[in-house]
Design a protein around this ligand. Structure first.
Ligand code: F6R
Length: 241
C-alpha cells in the first residue's frame, strides 16, 4: 500500500480530487467506483470545481456506487442516491444514464444484488475505486466477519454502524438496518483504489488495516493484498500529533 501523509481533511480532499481528476482527464473511458459518507464530501466539492473550471467533457465517465440502504426509495432524502445527486451528479455533466447505485427499494433483493454485480462486470469493471473506512474497519458496508470472497450482497448493519448513521435521521427507528453493498471481492477487482481517512476516530482502523493481520475480522485488511492501493490519510488518522 502506498501511504500519502497529509495535514488535514482539506488536504486529503484536495489530493483525492486531484487523483480522480487526473484519472478522468487521462482516460478515453473510465469507470469510477464512488463512496458516500462524510469523508468524501469535500473531495466531491474540489472535483466539481476542477471539472467545471476546466470544462472537462464527461461523456466518457461511468460511475458505480458502493452501496445503498435497503428500504429507502431513490428519492428519500437520506438515500445514497440523493446524496450523490446533491453532492456530485447534479453539479457536473456526467450523463445521468452513466451513473449507477444499487436499488435499495427493489422488490427482489437477491435479483438486485446479482444484477448489480453483473452490471459492474458489463461496464468492464471499476478502474478507480474511492473508499472511506468505518471505525470498525468496514469498507462499503462489509462489516467485520464478511467473507473476503463476497460479491454484492445484502448486509445486516451492526449496532455501531446503525448508531453512527443515526445522526442523519430523526429517530433511531428510522435508521435502516440493512444495506446492499458491493462485496470485498467486488472491491478487490477494481484496478486501482484510493482510500481516504481523516480524524482520530479512524486511527485504530487505519493502523490495523495497514499493519495488522489480513483477517476477515478487519475487512479493510484485505486491501494489503491489492497491488494498487493509495491511502490518503491525515495526521490525526495516522496519530502523528
Ligand atoms: C459509504 C461507505 C462506508 C463509509 C464509512 C465511513 O459509501 O461505503 O463504508 O465509507 O462508513 O463513513 P464516513 O466517511 O461517514 O466516516
Amino acid at each position: 500500500m502506498k501511504l500519502v501523509h497529509v495535514e488535514n481533511y482539506d488536504e486529503m480532499s484536495m489530493q483525492a480530487a486531484r487523483t480522480v481528476f487526473d484519472k478522468i482527464t487521462s482516460s478515453e473511458r473510465v469507470v469510477l467506483g464512488l463512496a458516500t459518507g462524510s469523508t468524501p464530501e469535500k473531495m466531491y466539492d474540489y472535483l466539481v470545481d476542477m471539472l467545471n473550471k476546466n470544462k472537462v467533457d464527461l461523456s466518457h465517465v461511468y460511475t458505480v456506487n458502493l452501496d445503498e440502504y435497503v428500504g429507502l426509495d431513490a428519492d428519500h432524502p437520506q438515500s445514497y442516491h440523493q446524496y450523490m445527486n446533491r453532492i456530485f451528479f447534479d453539479r457536473v455533466d456526467i450523463p445521468k444514464n452513466h451513473t449507477f447505485l444499487p436499488n435499495g427499494a427493489a422488490e427482489n433483493l437477491e435479483d438486485e444484488v446479482a444484477e448489480y454485480e453483473k452490471l459492474i462486470e458489463e461496464l468492464g469493471g471499476v478502474d478507480l475505486q474511492i473508499l472511506g473506512i468505518g471505525r470498525n474497519g468496514h469498507i462499503a458496508f462489509n462489516e467485520p466477519g464478511t467473507a473476503f470472497d463476497s460479491e454484492t450482497h445484502v448486509v445486516d448493519l451492526t449496532e455501531t454502524t446503525v448508531n453512527d448513521n443515526a445522526r442523519f435521521f430523526d429517530t433511531i427507528d428510522e435508521v435502516p438496518k440493512q444495506a446492499i453493498s458491493m462485496g470485498l471481492s467486488t472491491i478487490m477487482n477494481a484496478k486501482s483504489i484510493v482510500m481516504m481517512a481523516s480524524g482520530e476516530e479512524k486511527a485504530d482502523a487505519i493502523t490495523a488495516m495497514m499493519e495488522g493481520e489480513v483477517d476477515e475480522s478487519l475487512p479493510a485488511s484485505i486491501l494489503q493484498r491489492h497491488h494498487d492501493v493509495t491511502v490518503i490519510a491525515d495526521r490525526k488518522a495516522l496519530r502523528e500529533g
